[in-house]
Design a protein around this ligand. Structure first.
Ligand code: BGC
Length: 347
């Protein structure tokens, strides 16, 4: 069943609608502003619903508090583009410098996160479509883009479809911050365990821009090959994590992934039994532990450091500028497709 309610207005006055897919097991709410995942409600060990995705109470919340990208559909290119430029087909493209005055972050100021979408409803799915015009935020090609959310049981699939009329670069992700204690809880993610199926991480600089080096996770705080409690890792402001403020803001390469949907990571909260698995057909997973979050979310809930964890499935950050990273180029007329699954369950 899908229910539809008004979700307030954007700052420009556009009326926004919230669509909730409810199958009795779980509920997923999606807004047609930004194709944002506004809520993901799943059952805990007592059978009570917990909304595990941070967000805001209305569209204005999303439009006015853009920094954290709560629940966002991110594009045209997630993560950073170093120096906000790249060369494609011999031509240099300059995209919006919206990060540290020099890099492009998450597709620029008015990327795919901050626009209105056309919606098509299925029985258990919400598809959101837009055409991003040639030159938007500096990216080439008219890009026909659809993101489709499907909820089956407590498994939420997010599929991305794109086609451009000129060669371009693409990299989409979902930027939900999961807190398995609940979106209005005063607890952080420090009581969660994290498990990531990756043995290499991408080194980054203090702008969280990849240096191009990939290091083994072995003997580093980035090693989550076995589940580790986040309170044992986060908050170390002196070691390797000090580059990113004591949290994780790094990519992992899932080299085992061969463009088929494969297991990537799990977060688990022993206190209420909720576990969340992430699967992707993409070669990368960016983990952001909400280190710099400072905002008031749903029902006036203050969110600060480590208030949520993002499991951002993607290619490789800045891959248009790092020769040996998987290419982000989408050729004119080619169909882009990728799929991510967030599967909740009680463990
Ligand atoms: C980035 C962080 C950034 C956050 C919110 C993450 O994907 O890697 O550095 O602060 O998004 O914009």
């Amino acid at each position: 069943m899908i229910t539809t309610i008004p979700f307030g207005k954007t700052n420009k006055g556009e009326s926004v609608t919230l669509y909730t897919i409810d199958n009795g097991e779980a509920k997923a709410s999606i807004a047609n502003f930004g194709a944002n995942l506004v809520a993901f409600e799943v059952k805990d060990k007592d059978g009570c619903f917990v909304d595990i995705s941070l967000g805001f109470d209305n569209a204005a919340g999303y439009d006015s508090n853009r920094g954290p990208y709560f629940g966002a559909t991110v594009g045209r290119f997630a993560n950073r583009i170093g120096g906000a430029k790249f060369t494609l087909g011999g031509k240099e493209y300059n995209v919006t410098k919206n990060f540290c005055g020099k890099h492009c972050l998450h597709g620029g100021t008015d990327g795919l996160t901050f626009i209105m979408y056309d919606v098509t409803l299925g029985n258990d799915s919400v598809s959101l479509h837009t055409v991003s015009p040639d030159g938007a935020e500096g990216f080439p090609g008219n890009l026909d883009f659809t993101v489709k959310y499907t909820l089956v049981g407590s498994e939420l699939s997010i599929e991305y479809f794109a086609k451009s009329d000129a060669d371009t670069v693409v990299g989409f992700t979902n930027h939900s911050y999961f807190n398995l204690n609940g979106a209005t809880s005063d607890k952080t993610i420090l009581n969660h365990t994290l498990n990531i199926d990756a043995d290499g991480y991408l080194e980054c600089d203090s702008d969280a821009l990849v240096t191009g080096d990939i290091h083994p996770v072995k003997d580093t705080p980035y090693d989550f090959r076995k589940p580790k409690l986040l309170s044992d890792v986060l908050g170390d402001d002196t070691g390797l994590l000090s580059v990113t403020g004591g949290g994780i803001d790094n990519g992992y390469m899932l080299w085992g992934t061969k463009r088929e949907l494969s297991y990537a990571a799990t977060v688990y909260n022993e206190d209420n039994g909720i576990a969340l698995d992430c699967y992707t057909d993409l070669p990368g997973l960016h983990i952001y532990t909400g280190t710099f979050v400072d905002v008031i979310g749903k029902k006036g809930t203050p969110h600060g450091r480590f208030s949520g964890i993002c499991l951002e499935t993607q290619g490789a950050p800045n891959s248009m500028n790092v020769r040996y990273f998987p290419s982000p180029i989408l050729k004119a007329g080619e169909e882009y497709y990728s799929k991510t699954v967030y599967k909740a369950y009680v463990k």
